[in-house]
Design a binder for this molecule. Structure first.
Ligand SMILES: [Zn+2]
Length: 278
């Protein structure tokens, strides 16, 4: 891919990332993602277009709001950077075709859902249901995905996680699996097809368990330090349990890993099985 194409695709992805920041901040609060324009979350002053250029503005403003001078979270340029990288990665992986555009919408939604889940422990239906519908329709623009694979992927993903959710509610009397996770796996099954389900669930479970174990092992004093307590609150009033992680970001990570490395992972897995059983 020529360098200028890479730069252009990265910049376009970063602009989409800037929009994802708006989605991440507003969708959980049921606010419009169209109007009003971007505002500083601390002082509420509108952000001028020249202070809202993805990545560059955060660097030029030295991570401070022009109006109130308070810090701007590194979250914003990080989401823009990740969206830019994912745009380039999808195009390199899929090639210049409509399927690449479709997959970019898919990974952008996964990125937004991950941060919403980290913030609020929610995977809003406003995103997962349209994502599922688009995944079921995606064979229209993605010739590599068969209609039946998408439909079976959605049905099997829903059935598998819904069974876990219902069993947890009935037998353990507690929430083992949120319905947001059920709908996210359903959408992933539609977009990637049923063969992706087992690898995605395994990848997400192993990595989620690893991160959870590390967080518990490195647990310090449960009381927030004075510096943490004095820090200005974020956009959201809801305080997540300390040292606990939501599952949605790991499902999203597993889906990304399968999308980009699935062929290699599956063939490596098959060769391990062949060596063990031959
Ligand atoms: Zn401000």
């Amino acid at each position: 891919m020529p360098v200028f194409v890479t730069i252009w695709v990265f910049a376009t992805g970063a602009v989409v990332g800037s929009f994802l920041n708006v989605v991440i901040a507003r969708v959980p609060k049921r606010q419009s993602i169209v109007s009003p324009g971007s505002r500083c979350p601390r002082c509420g002053n509108p952000i001028a277009w020249y202070d809202n250029i993805p990545l560059l503005s955060w660097i030029l403003l030295r991570a401070r709001c022009r109006s109130c001078g308070l810090p701007i979270s590194a979250r914003y340029p990080l989401v823009e950077l990740l969206a830019g990288i994912l745009a380039v990665a999808v195009l390199r992986h899929t090639g210049p075709n409509w399927a690449a555009l479709g997959y970019f919408v898919f990974v952008a939604a996964l990125l937004a859902l991950s941060y919403i889940d980290l913030d609020s422990w929610l995977l809003p239906h406003q995103i997962t249901w349209p994502l599922l519908a688009a995944g079921l329709l995606s064979p229209i623009w993605n010739r590599r995905l068969a209609w039946a694979d998408a439909a079976i992927g959605a049905a099997a993903g829903f059935a598998g996680f819904a069974a876990i959710a219902l069993l947890g509610e009935r037998l353990l009397k507690r929430e083992t699996m949120g319905w947001g996770d059920v709908w996210l796996l359903t959408a992933i099954g539609a977009w990637l097809g049923w063969p992706a389900l087992l690898p995605v669930v395994l990848l997400s479970a192993v990595q989620g368990a690893a991160v959870g174990t590390i967080l518990i092992a490195t647990r310090r004093d449960p009381d927030p330090s004075p510096a943490e307590a004095a820090a200005p609150s974020s956009d959201d009033d809801w305080v997540p349990p300390r040292h606990a992680v939501p599952y949605g970001p790991f499902l999203a990570l597993g889906a990304l890993e399968y999308l980009f490395f699935g062929d290699r992972l599956v063939s490596a897995w098959n060769s391990v099985l062949l060596r063990l059983f031959s």
